[in-house]
Design a protein around this ligand. Structure first.
Ligand code: NAD
Ligand code: UDP
Ligand code: UDP
Length: 322
């Protein structure tokens, strides 16, 4: 393939989603050409509408479960619903996206002899028996539960990435992304940060599932995107898997209280049953990313939540005006 300058043609699958749209935006601002491939299952036009006037940005409506023939220099494979509510609503399609979709994107990368990055997940660790989670931990995953379509699909995708690496010498990069939040999460997404902020801003009850003592570690979207780009440009022999997330662990109850403080909401807390197989604790060990990618998240939970609350406030203000 002919490349005339240092700017690259970059394919982002799932580019109209929450993380994908931020990634497309950053790659364009870094001077690259971006092809966003998305079937709009959970993605939205509104996430990328501001990019459409850029002649270096192109959108293809396409399901990656089917073959795709384009000419590009790099692939970021982010296509896959990420919220439990969405990935469980069509579980078979979720597994197909991770398995058939990865095979197609790997086949594309193999034909073009280019780098391909997989957006894997902390869910590959399941309900972890090791804390914090390091990349060499193999996980504790239920293969037949409601979360399995996502967890096992992502685990199989990792297997495929490493089989193409061993069998075909493909340059693969695998990021294990921990809970990430920020502007452009969908109000009805079902994930905890968006649910709590939307409930707080609407003065509705905050729904904590279980007793709220389960923990997560939340990373702001800009930090995560920086980590993905560093991983893609890491040396040839660095494949990962590498954890990308913020190690600042917090209980879901504490998160609810923080969001109530920031929004100055009158909402009260309600408790609802804990979904099955909901992991009890989750916190990344990011030593590998710190040493190999010189990456460390910079944005505190307080600052990130403020930015996210501002986003939802302006979203609702815009809707009220309409
Ligand atoms: P999202 O649901 O906002 O985005 C996923 C995008 O993929 C959507 O635009 C959707 O329409 C598209 N998509 C789904 N199936 C597709 C298919 N078959 N073909 C083409 N497009 C398809 O989710 P997100 O939070 O932006 O997550 C992006 C990626 O990062 C996912 O692979 C997810 O598993 C991974 N990840 C995200 C998080 C997080 O906290 N946000 C954590 C771990 C991993
Ligand atoms: N593929 C694709 N675009 C390409 C090359 C391949 O979508 O540019 C798909 C193709 O459908 C194929 C899959 O990737 O089935 C895996 O390709 P690979 O070369 O690994 O295997 P094979 O072609 O032998 O099935
Ligand atoms: N959760 C909650 N209330 C909500 C949504 C989620 O208490 O309205 C809990 C959920 O049970 C889990 C945690 O918050 O323990 C994180 O949930 P999310 O779906 O955001 O991500 P994941 O479980 O995939 O880490």
């Amino acid at each position: 393939m002919i490349n005339y300058d240092s700017s690259k043609r970059i394919l982002v699958t799932g580019g109209a989603g929450f993380l994908g749209s931020h990634l497309c935006e950053k790659l364009l601002s870094d001077g690259h050409e971006v092809i966003c491939v998305d079937n709009f299952y959970t993605g939205r036009k509104s996430n990328i509408i501001h990019l459409l006037k850029n002649p270096y940005f192109e959108v293809i409506r396409h399901d990656i479960c089917f073959p795709l023939y384009v000419e590009v220099d790099e692939i970021y494979n982010l296509a896959c619903p990420a919220s439990p509510v969405h990935y469980q609503s069509d579980a078979v399609q979720t597994t197909k996206t991770s398995v058939h979709g990865s095979i197609n994107m790997l086949g594309l990368a193999k034909r073009l002899k280019i780098r391909i990055l997989q957006a894997s997940t902390s869910e590959v660790y399941g309900n972890p028996e090791v804390h914090p989670q390091k990349e060499d931990y193999w996980g504790n995953v239920n293969p037949i539960g409601r979360r399995s379509c996502y967890d096992e699909g992502k685990r199989c995708a990792e297997t495929l990435f490493f089989d193409y690496y061993h069998q075909n010498g493909l340059q693969v990069k695998v990021a294990r992304i921990f809970n990430t939040y920020g502007p452009r999460m969908y109000p009805n997404d079902g994930r905890v940060v968006s649910n709590f902020i939307v409930q707080a801003l609407k003065n509705q009850n905050i729904t904590i599932y279980g007793d709220g003592r389960q923990t997560r570690s939340f990373c702001y979207v800009d930090d995560l995107i920086d980590g993905l780009i560093r991983l893609m440009s890491s040396p040839d022999d660095f494949t990962g898997p590498v954890n990308l997330g913020n190690p600042n662990e917090i209980s879901i109850r504490q998160l609810a209280e923080k969001i109530l403080d920031i929004t100055e909401s009158d909402s009260t807390i309600d408790f609802a049953p804990l979904p099955t197989d909901d992991p009890v604790r989750r916190k990344p060990d990011i030593t590998l990313a710190e040493n190999s990618l010189r990456w460390h998240p910079k944005i505190s939970l307080f600052e990130g939540l403020q930015k996210t609350v501002d986003y939802f406030r302006s979203l609702f203000k815009g809707r009220d005006k309409k």
